[in-house]
Design a protein around this ligand. Structure first.
Ligand code: SF4
Ligand code: SF4
Ligand code: FES
Length: 259
């Protein structure tokens, strides 16, 4: 990269959840630079206490997610040039409490993660699997846990249903678990009655639009899970069977650690 002599201007949120404001900064513009480069330059040259979370700088770890002009983005994957002629306002993810500057407290997501019913199989690995199963399970494993889909989902962001809704990232994870041919647990009760709250999703696809690794969250995770929940809960024959036999086998309360 070569410096071209021009300057990048950014407004960066400075403060915590109680008090804060956007502060304007100018940094040397370098061809190809990403927003994280500008933030780190400001931190190095002007504001050593500017808080920003990052790790890989290669769009792999999911740490640097923040909002640019109100839209969740990976700071390390977003070029300054994309905003030519426009303001660049950088702020932390909004769906969770702000700790400081560009860092919000995403620990709620790890609580949801701990509530997920883990993989379980009576069979011993290595498993023999069909190619189509392997292909179907590949996409959800691409998730880098940036939580940008969680941030943009109006069920969390606007309606704040954090107590009863797991969010798109965890629908992706449950899809992998539920569709794994060797797994023998059932997560439909978790998704419908316990922590999942999948019925709150109205398939707006906002989550899919922001996923930086291109997971088709709504089409490939949420809709298939909703179909399975609908079959289980609203098919009259299955509804009757559930009444007769009680809770589904293996659909334990999900309060287990792991996977
Ligand atoms: S499709 Fe569902 S999970 Fe995704 S953002 Fe919309 S409401 Fe949220
Ligand atoms: S599903 Fe996509 S947007 Fe959501 S946490 Fe994973 S990588 Fe990020
Ligand atoms: S620093 Fe790892 S994804 Fe941006």
């Amino acid at each position: 990269m070569t410096a071209d002599g021009s300057a990048a201007r950014l407004k960066v949120y400075r403060g915590d959840g109680e008090n804060g404001e956007f502060v304007e900064y100018e940094t040397p513009m370098v061809t190809g630079m990403v927003v994280l480069d500008a933030i780190l330059n400001i931190q190095a040259e002007q504001e050593s206490d500017l808080a920003v979370r990052w790790n890989c700088k290669a769009a792999h770890c999911g740490s640097c997610s923040a909002e640019i002009n109100g839209v969740p983005k990976l700071l390390c994957k977003t070029r300054i040039e994309e905003y030519e002629g426009r303001e660049i306002n950088v702020q932390p993810l909004k769906a969770w409490p702000i700790i400081k500057d560009l860092v919000s407290d995403v620990s709620w997501n790890y609580e949801v993660s701990r509530s997920t019913i883990p993989f379980h199989s009576e069979q011993q690995a290595p498993f023999t699997m069909y190619e189509e199963d392997v292909e179907r399970l590949y996409e959800p494993k691409k998730c880098i846990e940036c939580f940008m889909c969680q941030d943009v989902c109006h069920v969390l962001r606007t309606h704040e249903k954090h107590d009863v809704f797991a969010g798109p990232r965890f629908f992706v994870r449950n899809q992998w678990l539920q569709m794994h041919p060797m797994d023998d647990r059932d997560r439909l009760r978790y998704l419908k009655e316990d922590r999942g709250g999948i019925q709150y999703c109205n398939i707006t696809k906002c989550c899919t639009e922001v996923c930086p690794v291109g997971i088709k969250i709504t089409d490939n995770s949420i809709i298939p899970l909703k179909e399975r929940v609908a079959d289980e809960y609203y098919d009259p024959a299955k509804w009757l069977m559930r009444k007769i036999r009680g809770r589904k086998n293996g659909a334990s309360n999900g309060s287990v650690n792991g996977s």
